[in-house]
Design a protein around this ligand. Structure first.
Ligand SMILES: C[S@@+](CC[C@H](N)C(=O)[O-])C[C@H]1O[C@@H](n2cnc3c(N)ncnc32)[C@H](O)[C@@H]1O
Length: 231
């Protein structure tokens, strides 16, 4: 795309007006280049219009409505976990939601601005969901997950939905669950195209832990949500 002088000026002003430090701008540009390269190497055959369509595709076409162990990191008010319990009605499925319910543990720096530590705070209130298959584990992942994992055995196909915004939260979850991932395990990202957060955490994880995967499905616009399967 070519910009006229006038439009170029506006873009420059917008970028300058965002108050981004030069090093953060370089980090973002570098991340965008890496994402572009990644997308070229990982062609996505199925692109859907919404997060709900992405969930439906995974449950109906990939998991074939069979029992699942669905672990969700970043529950907030429970919108996505509620959607999943309607989607997969198998009585042997388990749905486990992890969240501090006190918001983000640190500032979330984005191209568009900063959401401060504590953003999305619900004062510790857990969503009320009337389904015996659902459990919540309250606390920062870094504190609550190790104890949970000592007692947890996967019985069914594992579906991990990471919708926790931050690089640190995403990387911690991926590294902690590495031992549970086997061929067929599915990982969903809520903000994949966030290049300094989820995309970076995912590529750092797969490289460091030598994990191979295949891209399954992404959602428009800009592949904001995306799912992969471990191979
Ligand atoms: C975008 S919201 C989740 C949205 C939810 N999946 C939905 O569909 O409405 C992100 C959530 O991640 C949680 N979160 C992020 N990092 C966390 C961490 N390290 N430990 C616990 N919760 C965390 C926040 O508390 C917040 O509720």
């Amino acid at each position: 795309m070519r910009f006229s002088h006038n439009k170029r000026g506006i873009v420059k002003q917008l970028i300058a007006g965002c108050g981004l430090s030069p090093s953060f701008r370089i980090e973002i540009l570098n991340g965008l280049l890496k994402l572009g390269k990644w997308l070229k190497n990982n062609e996505c055959e199925v692109v859907v219009e919404s997060r709900e369509n992405l969930f439906q595709y995974i449950n109906n076409e990939i998991a074939k409505n069979a029992p699942i162990d669905y672990l969700e990191f970043g529950v907030y008010r429970g919108q996505s976990i509620r959607y999943w319990i309607q989607l997969n009605r198998d009585q042997n499925s388990r749905f486990i939601g992890f969240d501090s319910f006190k918001g983000l543990p640190e500032d979330w720096n984005l191209f568009t601005g900063v959401h401060p530590k504590g953003y999305l705070d619900l004062g510790g209130k857990i969503p009320e969901i009337n389904d015996q298959r659902v459990k919540f584990i309250k606390g920062y992942f870094q504190v609550a997950l190790p104890g949970f994992l000592k007692r947890f055995n996967a019985n069914n196909r594992l579906i991990i939905n990471i919708d926790a915004d931050l690089y640190s939260s995403t990387l911690y979850v991926l590294a902690s669950l590495n031992h549970l991932m086997s061929p067929g395990s599915i990982i969903i990202f809520g903000t994949f195209s966030s290049v300094t957060h989820q995309f970076k955490a995912f590529t750092d994880f797969t490289k460091s832990f030598m994990r191979n995967y295949k891209l399954l499905v992404a959602s428009d616009p800009f592949y904001s949500q995306l799912a992969i399967v471990i191979v």
